[in-house]
Ligand binder design. Structure first.
Ligand code: FCB
Length: 476
């Protein structure tokens, strides 16, 4: 469902004008969190420095044809060396929360910690320690993601997510990280979008490690769900006053025609319910997706089903687009397929081929807000890739400004209706390595010239700055 389109057909950066009520930051309340989200592999570079070993993305990006542009993240944004000056820009924009992930293989070069015979790379921990201290010194609150897709290659070699031992390996990693940083960092996110790395990594093979088989799918889903809850328990145990959550990709799903209702229900179960429902103690959505019953029958060990739930303090919603689907006999297990935005002639499609549809933000908050067990929600990612150009040293990314404005407007609408949504992390701070798409899609509030590593704050960054720092600013 993470569809992308050929480059020559996508971009239409002008948004059709829609009239929206005005807002300013105070409408969101004093406790609303304003930040950006990033991921280690996409920004850090320095892939072989100070004891870091390869992760699955290092291996995958070196294989021919896996990354559309043939690029790797060896250098990326050089955030490893530039974090100090970069965070000064972050502060200048008035964004006071910074979400970043920890590179597992920087911290545990063999993937496993001392409990499993591995060793901790002190230089890896030291980097994150400096980064955290720098955030704190600038008045920026760190939000740590434990796993944003960069599995150590050493663990993939031992079987990766299909190997049940991953649950212990992950718990071990979480233990090391929380013991090292739990006294300074209170906001912890266990996984970034379990659906994406399990399906794209092990079923369709579009993402690292690039495996494609149905055989892996149920074990990967189950081990990920177990790790999600186990990670929560480790954070709770090790971090005093922890604020612990995990993130989910989510999209409202509409049927293409009235006859596609059941197909939409199945896709909704896959895209929106598969990982949250077991975490809430509701089990896997086997009614809509009967193949998931194979987990209890063939994959789970006795007692597992009681281990899937965890009482998260919050959940992170990562929302970009809605899905419109139709019945299809060619897509096994799901019997449904995406009706692309191009086919639907939607007015605004991003460089990723994703539909811009602001109301879908309101709808996902409402949908997830209906679960009883969810206490608080944050938008831990939302953003858009548009083709950016530098003119006279400036990047006037009007379409991205409109995107954030309109999506935020819909966050506010949900909030005003009483849904407990308390923050927005723009994806993303810096243009970066967009996984299998390479560096081409630019999502940043800050432009990066990848030849010179020069940074240019885009109009969208300035828009956030005005919203957050100019008290008379009212969004029009
Ligand atoms: C999300 C990922 C993030 C980035 C955005 C565009 O699914 O979590 O790393 O790739 O999409």
């Amino acid at each position: 469902m993470r569809a992308s389109q050929p480059r020559n057909v996508v971009t239409n950066p002008s948004l059709s004008p829609i009239s929206l009520p005005t807002f300013n930051r105070h409408d969101f309340g004093p406790d609303f969190i304003w930040g950006t989200a990033t991921a280690a592999y996409q920004i850090e570079g320095a892939v072989d420095r100070d004891g870091r070993t390869p992760c699955v993305w290092d291996t995958f990006s070196r294989q021919k044809g896996k990354i559309k542009t043939g690029e790797t993240a060896d250098i990326a944004c050089e955030f490893y060396d530039r974090y100090e000056s970069d965070l000064l820009i972050h502060k200048e924009l008035g964004l006071t929360a910074f979400r970043f992930s920890l590179s597992w293989s920087r911290i545990l070069p063999n993937g496993v910690g001392p409990l499993h015979g591995g060793r901790i790379n002190e230089a890896g921990l030291a980097f994150y320690d400096r980064l955290i201290d720098h955030c704190l010194a600038l008045g920026i609150t760190p939000w740590i993601t434990l796993y944003h897709w960069d599995l150590p290659q050493a663990l993939e070699t031992k079987g990766g997510w299909p190997n049940r031992k991953i649950v212990d390996w992950f718990a071990d990693f979480a233990d090391v990280c929380t013991k090292a940083f739990g006294h300074k960092v209170k906001h912890w996110i266990i996984l970034n979008e379990p659906l994406a790395f399990s399906i794209l990594g092990y079923f369709t093979g579009q993402h690292a490690p690039g495996r494609r088989s149905f055989r892996n799918l149920l074990p990967v889903i189950h081990h990920t769900t177990l790790a999600q809850a186990e990670g929560g328990r480790v954070v709770r145990r090790n971090v005093a006053n922890a604020h612990v959550g995990t993130t989910f990709s989510c999209s409202p799903v509409d049927p293409f025609t009235p006859g596609d209702q059941a197909a939409a229900g199945r896709v909704d179960a896959l895209m929106n319910r598969l990982f949250i429902e077991p975490a809430l103690g509701l089990g896997y959505p086997t009614k809509e997706l009967p193949f998931l019953a194979g987990i209890a029958k063939k994959v789970a060990k006795p007692g597992d089903m009681e281990q899937l739930a965890f009482d998260f303090d919050f959940i992170g919603l990562q929302h970009y687009f809605r899905a419109v689907v139709e019945q299809s006999y060619f897509m096994p297990y799901l019997w449904a397929k995406d009706v692309s935005p191009l086919r639907r002639s939607v007015p605004t499609i991003t460089e990723m081929g994703w539909e811009v549809y602001p109301e879908s933000m309101y709808r996902v908050i409402k949908q997830f807000g209906q679960y009883e067990g969810i206490k608080k929600m944050y938008i831990t990612e939302s953003g858009a890739a548009f083709y950016d150009t530098v003119q006279n040293g400036e990047v006037n990314d009007k379409a991205r400004v409109k995107y954030h404005q309109n999506y935020l407007q819909n966050v506010l609408r949900a909030k005003q209706e009483g849904f407990p949504v308390d923050g927005y992390f723009a994806w993303t701070f810096l243009d970066n390595f967009e996984w299998a798409e390479g560096y081409r899609p630019r999502f940043g509030l800050v432009y990066v010239d990848f030849r010179t590593q020069q940074r240019i704050v885009k109009a969208s960054g300035r828009w956030f700055q005005q919203l957050l720092t100019d008290h008379s600013f009212v969004n029009q």
